[in-house]
Design a protein around this ligand. Sequence first.
Ligand SMILES: [Zn+2]
Length: 402
Amino acid sequence: MTAKERFLRYVKYDTTSDEGSETCPSTAKQLILLKDLHSELLSMGVDAEIDENGYVYAKIPSNVGDKSKICFIAHVDTSPAVSGKDVNPVLVDYKGGDVVLKNGVKITESDTPDLKKYVGKELIVTDGSTLLGADDKAGVAEIMTAVEILVSNPQIKHGDVFIAFTPDEEIGRGTDKFNLKDFGADFGYTVDGGALGEIEYENFNAASLSLTVNGVSIHPGSAKNIMKNAVDLFCEFHALLPEVMRPNATEGYEGFYMADEISGSIESLSCKYIIRNHDMRKFTAMKQYVLDTVEFLNKKHGEGVFIAQIKDSYYNMSEIIKNNFHLIDNAKYAMQSVGIEPIIIPIRGGTDGARLSYEGLPCPNLSTGGYNFHGRREFIPSFALEKMVEVILKLVDVYSKD
Ligand SMILES: [Zn+2]
């Protein structure tokens, strides 16, 4: 079965994750696909298991003795940002220009300049009413197809190859219950990136800031010199964060502060921010700036008026990958040897691989070939699915020799 055939089958599963849920997987519907992937691996003759949290693990034992133990990881859930129910993939023979989806929504050349690379190629798009789910069912389909090729062609030499499919990546919990202790791989790749050729190993350092502002409420008619309006005080704090360090003013390696959520009134107000920077020194300085600002404002308005709690979320995996740079060199080599131009760009976000890298499994991220993730304009060129299968097999080949 081709990766395209698999992909068209997997996108039919509704696997939207849910941040509000406490369970793992966050939605029971993810388990349906995870169980089916487990069965599909077993039916190929692969040693696979599914644990109580829905994580699927598999191992294809080495046929060349003791070599590096490589892994490939993808997630089955889709973003809650847009519906993933009743996904109806449409095949388009792309002739150029804007792509008009069934319900009139357009994928335009100006929004997606890469479209012009795919003139004459087949694209898999949505009907315009849902996301597609290439993030990350393209990764799942590519890995599964590579596994099938490996197990049905015993003449292909390979070391131990490990596979994992996880739930809940989109809500930041993809690695929370990952059983790294028993997994067995030395290092590997998540297959969860965008355009064909992307190799990602630099992500943000990330923290969350929870700010509480304690005001003093009194009837406005008799408020003179008594009222401390938490709304005004909050505005004072927010204005001290540089406007040029907001997501809408930054790109590349530029970090940002972003106010995410706010609630409150005169008496008390709370706000959540996220803080992001690729550079650890700058990241630390950004967090310190918040603490210094709070101290400054408390001196002005009274101790305890502002309370800041900062919690680190994840770190830039480049710190770990730089000691395992063969992963990047080999990914570049694997792509070039199947005719793909490698694209190395910093991720302005995090990946499951970032967490795994810090927990002992160095894990950069490879492209899936897809575009416009988390939206109704999501699409993937069909040939990209098969190309990534070739990249995975090439990497398996490289690590069968080291
Ligand atoms: Zn993803």
